[in-house]
Design a protein around this ligand. Structure first.
Ligand code: G3P
Length: 217
């Protein structure tokens, strides 16, 4: 499963990329709005840093505006994937941009029907928001499982990009369900490195080794 960073914060991205576990980045208008930088310049720097797919979202709400903005975003760097919100305008824009060989990530996906329609117009990625579904007592992971099943049934090439991830268990379950990608906030990726038994085990090894060395000295 590919692992993306869900963030527009360049220092966090630059800190994780050298670990060799990161395959891409996803941003959204809320994440970019947190950064004190020109969005296009920042997206270019993120592309240069991660050297993988970087999702950048349009803010227009009509299909013509989305197509226009999508072309502008795609000109920033070859790694840019244009994110459009699901809806009739988003589906129309996805079809048009895909026809121009611009990869599209259809976002704000909350149901398998939305994911099915996005795949039918050639979306490169769909982003089901598991955390926001969980927030309203609907299992986001169940929706991911249904999308994966439907895509397998019809061999859609669209990749399932699990988003709105709240903790390492979303990462585990996304992988178990066979999702193609999981995008995680930096804090979730950091948490995935943590395990108390690994720390305790290493401490004991080093203590035993040190005691033996001191005894031989
Ligand atoms: O980038 C899209 C998505 O991951 C946002 O998630 O945490 O705002 O629900 P969140």
């Amino acid at each position: 499963m590919k692992l993306f960073i869900d963030s527009g914060h360049l220092p966090d991205i630059a800190a994780l990329v050298p670990l060799g576990i990161i395959d891409g980045v996803t941003t959204n208008p809320s994440l970019l709005a947190k950064e004190d930088a020109n969005p296009s310049d920042l997206l270019k720097q993120i592309c240069d840093t991660v050297q993988g797919p970087v999702s950048a979202e349009v803010v227009a709400t009509d299909s013509e505006g989305m197509i226009r903005e999508g072309r502008e975003l795609a000109r920033i760097d070859d790694h840019i994937v244009v994110k459009v919100p699901f809806g009739k305008a988003g589906v129309t824009a996805c079809r048009a941009l895909t026809a121009e060989d611009i990869r599209v990530n259809v976002t704000l996906i909350f149901s398998p029907t939305q994911a099915l329609l996005a795949a039918k117009v050639g979306a490169a990625y769909v982003s089901p928001f598991v955390g926001r579904l969980d927030d309203i007592a609907t299992s986001g992971l169940d929706v991911v499982g249904q999308i994966v099943e439907i895509y397998d049934n019809y061999e859609f090439l669209t990749e399932v990009l699990v988003a709105s991830v709240r903790g390492p268990m979303h990462l585990v379950e996304a992988a178990r369900l066979g999702a193609d990608i999981c995008t995680c906030p930096p804090a979730v990726i950091e948490a995935a490195f943590e395990h108390p038994l690994t720390d305790i085990g290493l401490e004991r090894f080093l203590k035993d080794w040190e005691q033996a060395r001191a005894a031989r000295a």
